[in-house]
Design a protein around this ligand. Sequence first.
Ligand code: G4F
Length: 323
Amino acid sequence: MKRALITGITGQDGSYLTEYLLGLGYEVHGLMRQTGLEQIKGSTQFGAPEDLYERCVLHPISLDNFPGLYRLVSRWQFDECYHLAAASFVGETLADGYQTIQTNIAGTHYLLAALCEFQKSCRFYFAGTSEMFGRPRAAPQREDTPFMPRSAYGISKLAAFHLVRNYRESQGMFCCSGILYNHESPRRRPEFVTRKITLAAARIARGRQDKLELGNLDARRDWGWAPDYVEAMHAMLNHTSPDDYVVATGELHSVREICEIAFARAGLDWSKHVVVNPMFHRAEEPIPLQGDSTKIHRVTSWRQKTRFNEMITTMVDADLSRI
Ligand code: G4F
């Protein structure tokens, strides 16, 4: 039986990856913060199965607890480590980004250093992001497109990405980074725009809310389905050699399109409920974040299965049934 360690196990991706790996017969271990069970209850409110974490071995160690990480990795042998934990909200200013930069870079370095010391053969996945491209010079972006991060989050992820590459090249470790574009699901936290919209559509349909305030309706992103993307992470670590891969749909859609699909699914006219609030506005780049996944398609059998419309309607249905 293979044993995997997941950091960020209670997040959207961590919960889907846990289900996927348990289904493949893995023994799954997860890192969580000391706040313990309360945090787990918090994550199940977004729709992970109630007993999911009872089927795992949980370790209450935060990423800044280097002695704790060191002890864990010296005691347990892991076949695969999925490093998903991160401070992950893009909409903060650089001046407020100290915590993001500290957590995302140092946490990755701690974990890699401990694995390198005690179990170099453990395969390591790092959750990179399209935010590393930030202000891209060309679209669609591929693995060789120059990085130009424009947020504390993107900068921290890019620094960690280079750490991962260095452990691969200088220490010979099996380290991969997935450069994942936006990926969504009913377990997405409501501060992200897809879930903010699907939840509001459901609440308005149920008479719990009247208006939804959004930023730029013309903002476009390459949005994929989170359960598909965790399968890409596993495919990378189970390939014959380590590398970095863009994981994206290659399609662009706008915030307005999400509103149209989500509100229609809830039986509503979006234009009667959505209002623009400049407080949520973020400057959009002239060249969009749009990924080219040719490489992972060529090298592994991974394919995206769920399309944009289905993703949004599934999220609305989940929110309608929860309210
Ligand atoms: O849902 P978002 O907040 O996601 P964002 O900023 O693209 O970040 C997500 O994807 C990244 C790429 O994979 C990850 F690195 C990151 O961790 C996270 O998962 O915003 C999406 C778009 C943006 O263009 C934003 O300006 O929606 C636009 N938007 C328009 N109105 C809004 C709103 N975003 C939010 N959160 N709230 C609004 O009212």
